[in-house]
Design a protein around this ligand. Structure first.
Ligand code: XIL
Length: 368
C-alpha cells in the first residue's frame, strides 16, 4: 500500500506518459507502457516521525521490553522504534509498584534506560503514571496505614519520582483513570484515604515538585461524548476554575477497531477539552481486531486502518492535540484487555512489518 502522496506521484507519472504517447513520442515510451506496475514508485520509506514533525505532532509508542530483548529481534525493534517514533512511554517501568519495591528503595534503572534511549535517538518521553488505582505496591495497600500516612506516602512518591525525572519528560500522567465507567469517581485507596480532593492535591504536589513539566489527567472511554467523558469534563472544568495546575488531558484510545469513533466524534469531543485551555494527547492507542491463533483477517486490518486514520485526522483538526502515541511498537508486545479473542492492535505486525494501519497513519499525517 502507498500513501496518497505516492499515489499522486504515480498518477502524475502515468499522466505524463499518456501525454507523451498522445504527442507521438510513443516509440520512446512503448517499452514502459504495457506493464503499468513498473511505473509505480518504490513504497514510501519516510518514517512516521518525519510526517509527525511536519505536522507538529509527536508520534509515540510504548517500549515494551525492547531495550533488554536479546538478539536480532531486540535490535530490530530498537531500530524501528528509533526510526519511526519521536516519543516513547513505558507501560510498566514508571508505575508505583515497579519504581518502589519498598518505602525506602527506588528502582529507576529500566525507566532511566528508556529516557537514555530516547535522548540518544532524539525522542521525547511521556511519564506514566503517578497516581493510579492499579499497580500500587503491597507495602502500601497492605501496610495498615492511617489516612494521613497514606497521604504522606503519595506526596512523597510524587515528589521523589518527579524530582528524579525533572527536565527529562514532556508530560506526566499525574492521575490515571480516576473516573469510573459509571461516571462517578472510582473507588480507590486514594479516594478512601484522602477524599475526592486527592486529585487536586496530587496536581498541586506535582506542580510544586516540578514547575515546568506539563501535568496530565489520563483516562479511557472518554474519547467521544458520553456520560463518562461528560463527568471528566465537569471534573477538569472544576479543577481549572479552582486554579489547580493541570495542563492537559490524555485520551487512551483503547478500542475494538469495528467500534472505534469517527474523526468528527473525536474532534468535537476534543474541542470542548481544548476550550478549557488543556493540551490534548492520544496516549495509548490500540485498535484491536478479532484474532484466531493471533491472526487477523485482511478485511479487519482495513477496518483497523480506518480507525487509526480517524484518530490521526481528529488530532490534526485539533490545534491543542500535540501527540499521537500507540500502545506498543508491534503486535507481539501490546497490551489488550482480552488477548484470546482480540489482538493485533498496533501498527507493526508480529514480524515487525508495517500493517495497513501504519500506512493509514502516514497517509493521514500527509493529508493537508
Ligand atoms: C498496562 C501495561 O501496558 C502492562 O504492561 C501492565 O502490565 C498493565 O498495564 N491503561 C493504562 C495503562 O493506563 O497503564 C495500562 O497498561 C493499560 C490500560
Amino acid at each position: 500500500m502507498r500513501t496518497s502522496y505516492h499515489r499522486l506521484g504515480a498518477a502524475l507519472l502515468l499522466a505524463a506518459a499518456a501525454g507523451l504517447t498522445a504527442c507521438g513520442a510513443d516509440r520512446h515510451m512503448a517499452p514502459f507502457e504495457p506493464d503499468t506496475t513498473r511505473h509505480e514508485p518504490a513504497a514510501d520509506t519516510t518514517p512516521l516521525r518525519v510526517y509527525g514533525d511536519a505536522r507538529g505532532r509527536w508520534i509515540g509508542a510504548a517500549t515494551g521490553t525492547m531495550l533488554t530483548m536479546p538478539g536480532d529481534s531486540g535490535a530490530l525493534l530498537r531500530r524501528i522504534a528509533a526510526r519511526e517514533f519521536s516519543m516513547l512511554w513505558t507501560g510498566t517501568f514508571m508505575k508505583f509498584d515497579f519504581l518502589r519495591p519498598s518505602r525506602s528503595t527506588y528502582n529507576y534503572a529500566q525507566a532511566d534506560s528508556v529516557v537514555a534511549f530516547a535522548q540518544r535517538n532524539g525522542m521525547v518521553v511521556r511519564g506514566h503514571t503517578l497516581v493510579w488505582h492499579q499497580q500500587i505496591p503491597a507495602w502500601v495497600t497492605s501496610g495498615g496505614y492511617p489516612p494521613d500516612t497514606l497521604a504522606a506516602i503519595l506526596r512523597d512518591h510524587i515528589e521523589q519520582v518527579m524530582a528524579h525525572f525533572r527536565g527529562k519528560l514532556v508530560a506526566w500522567d499525574v492521575v490515571n483513570e480516576a473516573m469510573g465507567d459509571d461516571a462517578t469517581l472510582r473507588p480507590t485507596l486514594w479516594l478512601d484515604a484522602l477524599g475526592p480532593d486527592y486529585i487536586a492535591q496530587a496536581f498541586r504536589w506535582a506542580r510544586a515538585a516540578d514547575p515546568d513539566v506539563p501535568l496530565y489527567y489520563n483516562d479511557y472511554n472518554i474519547e467521544t461524548a458520553n456520560a463518562k467523558s461528560d463527568a471528566v469534563y465537569r471534573m477538569l472544568a472544576d479543577l481549572k476554575a479552582r486554579g489547580v495546575p493541570i495542563d492537559g488531558i490524555g485520551f487512551q484510545f483503547h478500542y475494538q477497531a469495528d467500534a472505534a469513533p469517527t474523526a468528527d466524534e473525536i474532534a468535537s469531543n476534543f474541542a470542548r477539552f481544548a476550550a478549557l485551555g488543556l493540551k490534548i494527547q492520544i496516549t495509548e492507542a490500540d485498535m484491536h481486531v478479532r484474532v484466531q491463533n493471533g491472526v487477523a483477517s485482511a478485511a479487519d486490518l482495513q477496518v483497523q486502518a480506518t480507525a487509526y486514520r480517524n484518530l490521526v485526522t481528529a488530532c490534526l483538526r485539533t490545534p491543542a492535540c500535540n501527540a499521537i502515541e500507540i500502545e506498543g511498537i508491534y503486535d507481539g508486545q501490546a497490551w489488550v484487555p482480552d488477548p484470546a479473542n482480540w489482538g493485533a492492535p498496533v501498527l507493526f505486525d508480529i514480524h515487525v512489518q508495517p500493517k495497513p494501519a501504519y500506512y493509514a497513519v502516514k497517509a493521514a499525517l500527509a493529508t493537508p
